[in-house]
Design a binder for this molecule. Structure first.
Ligand code: GLN
Length: 546
């Protein structure tokens, strides 16, 4: 079949969950046997979100092919189990860069280069890139931003043209917000009507409306919205707040979103989507009553989206262990030698987060010291792993000034140092060691046992590495380098074999954890946390019987 293009736009306010709706639809279409991919077009001028800090844009996600991407791509992968690539996330910056490069090369043959047609043509070319591979039946394109934004206009114009060119092979889903005014006890449809009008003004008639709401929208009100907005009554779907994002596909299917999309793109829906494994996950998540207490130590913990993939990977793993995740975020800047015990004593496991720069590092080191001395299952990721190395060097090897040259370029004990190939790089954007690289694990390591293999490939985003000239001293003192890159010998995984569970990874396993494939290292970490909790409960019991 010809590839079908679904455009997802948003109106009224941002943060309505376009990414989750796109991912949920993809999940359903995939469960019906279609080959689906989702791409996000972001209207900002940055070439990619790699240079944005988490206050601006939440987590920076990394694709297998080393693209620093919008965090929605994480949702796409977690919901569909399909890897994304550089082609799945395009920004205005990239579109302009490509247009300007073409202009400099003389490709436009003396023409005046303009938003229409040159920028819009470049957007359209990018929209169709994945569709043209022949690998996909449905290409879902999420347009970032909100209808009415000046910067979204070239994208909406491109969508208008594509809808015209593609006819039934495309459709537009518009997501809006239906606020509930408490004082009046009323849901309000006006913002939706205005939002659809804005879309119609630029020549796009939405085919389906998804209404984000906190209260159930009565059928009568949906009919009214349908009538005002030129949309079929059954194509007005509500997206009501629910306890977990992973329920959204089920909620969308209950309102036939997948069938409506198929019909409107000229495909007759047959049977039901195969959602059994997904429903099993939801079932396990809901029926898990016993808790596992996990702390996440990082400097952006007050931001909901800064550690998105880690939060989700922990949830997948807790569910795989039939435990309810009780996640406590601890601000690393607030941790000191004095309060670490108080903050961490109830934790069954501790994750030390990735990050950049000095702020919060000393708190991470204090947390790690307490966890190591008290033998709490601990997982260090990227900077978290580097902190494990620094803490061990300072407190076990006695190298008091041990540090990363990122934090202290003048340190005499540079146990974490800048990678050689990074030293000549001056541009910050897209120049880290990015994407998937091989790692070979020692067969008797915790990591190899967790994976069930010694050959893994994981994603990276860093400039600094374990300094191999210290390797022997670490190994002699009990910290093992159990994973390394076979080509460069870069240390990928460190462990303390004497401990319950002490694993640090230079790579980011969280990026590849999905609902249907929870990441084995996270699953194993939670298992260790569950065992540790059980052992403490036993001790408490024994103590009470004395
Ligand atoms: N700042 C560290 C480095 O660049 C760690 C990066 C990270 O945690 N993603 O190596």
């Amino acid at each position: 079949m010809e590839p079908k293009y679904i455009f997802v736009t948003g109106g009224v306010v941002s943060s309505l969950g376009k990414g989750i709706i796109s991912a949920s639809l993809a999940c359903l279409l995939k469960a019906r046997g279609y080959r689906v991919t989702i791409q996000k077009f972001d209207p900002y001028i940055n070439i990619d979100p790699g240079t944005l800090n988490p206050y601006e844009h939440g987590e920076c996600y990394v694709t297998v092919d080393g693209h620093e991407a919008d965090l929605d791509l994480g949702h796409y992968e977690r919901f569909t189990n399909v890897a994304t690539t550089r082609a799945n996330n395009v920004t205005t910056g990239r579109i302009y860069q490509s247009v300007i490069d073409k202009e400099r090369r003389g490709d436009y043959l003396g023409k005046t280069v303009q938003i229409i047609p040159h920028v819009t043509d470049e957007i359209k070319r990018n929209v169709k890139l994945l569709g043209n591979t022949g690998n996909f039946d449905y290409i879902i394109t999420e347009i970032g931003g909100t209808v009415g934004d000046i910067e979204s206009l070239p994208y909406l114009e491109s969508v208008r043209q594509l809808r015209w060119e593609l006819g039934q092979d495309s459709l537009c889903i518009h997501l809006t917000y239906v606020p509930y005014i408490k004082a009046a006890k009323e849901l309000k449809t006006k913002p939706t009507q205005h939002s659809v009008k804005r879309l119609q003004e630029v020549g796009i008639q939405p085919d389906i409306l998804v209404l984000r709401t906190e209260e159930d929208i009565p059928a009568e009100m949906r009919r009214k919205i349908a009538q005002f907005c030129n949309v079929a009554a059954d194509a007005v779907v509500q997206s009501i707040d629910c306890p977990s994002i992973y329920e959204v596909p089920v909620m969308m299917h209950a309102q036939h979103l997948d069938e409506i999309v198929l019909r409107k793109t000229g495909v007759t829906p047959e049977g039901e989507p195969h959602m059994a494994p997904w429903l099993r996950f939801l079932d396990r998540m809901h029926s898990a009553t016993e808790e596992v207490n996990i702390a996440l130590v990082g400097k952006y913990v007050e931001l909901q989206d800064a550690y998105k993939s880690i939060n989700e990977a922990l949830l997948h793993a807790a569910t795989a262990n039939d435990r309810r995740l009780n996640l406590t975020s601890i601000h690393s800047e607030k941790i000191t030698a004095e309060n670490a015990g108080e903050l961490l004593k109830d934790m069954d496991g501790v994750v030390v987060a990735p990050g950049f720069g000095q702020r919060g590092v000393e708190g991470k080191l204090e947390a790690l010291r307490w966890c190591r001395e008290n033998d709490v299952p601990t997982f260090g990721i990227c900077l978290g792993m580097q902190c494990m190395v620094i803490e061990f060097a300072r407190n076990v090897l006695g190298l008091e000034d041990a540090d990363s040259t990122e934090m202290n370029p003048a340190t005499g004990s540079n146990v974490i140092d800048m990678m050689e190939e990074q030293k000549s790089i001056s541009n910050l954007g897209g120049t880290m060691r990015l994407g998937a690289y091989d790692c070979v694990l020692a067969p008797d390591s915790t990591a190899a046992k967790a994976y069930g293999t010694t050959q893994v490939k994981e994603r990276h985003r860093h400039r600094y590495e374990f300094n191999n000239s210290y390797r022997e001293r670490f190994e002699q003192a009990g910290m093992r380098c159990v994973g390394e890159n076979p080509a460069t010998h870069l240390v990928e995984v460190v462990e303390l074999p004497g401990k319950r569970w002490w694993v640090g990874t230079q790579y980011h396993p969280e990026y590849s954890s999905t609902v249907l494939n929870p990441h084995p290292l996270f699953v194993n970490f939670i298992k260790a946390a569950v065992d540790y909790r059980a052992s403490r409960t036993m001790e408490d019991y024994a103590e009470s019987q004395k």
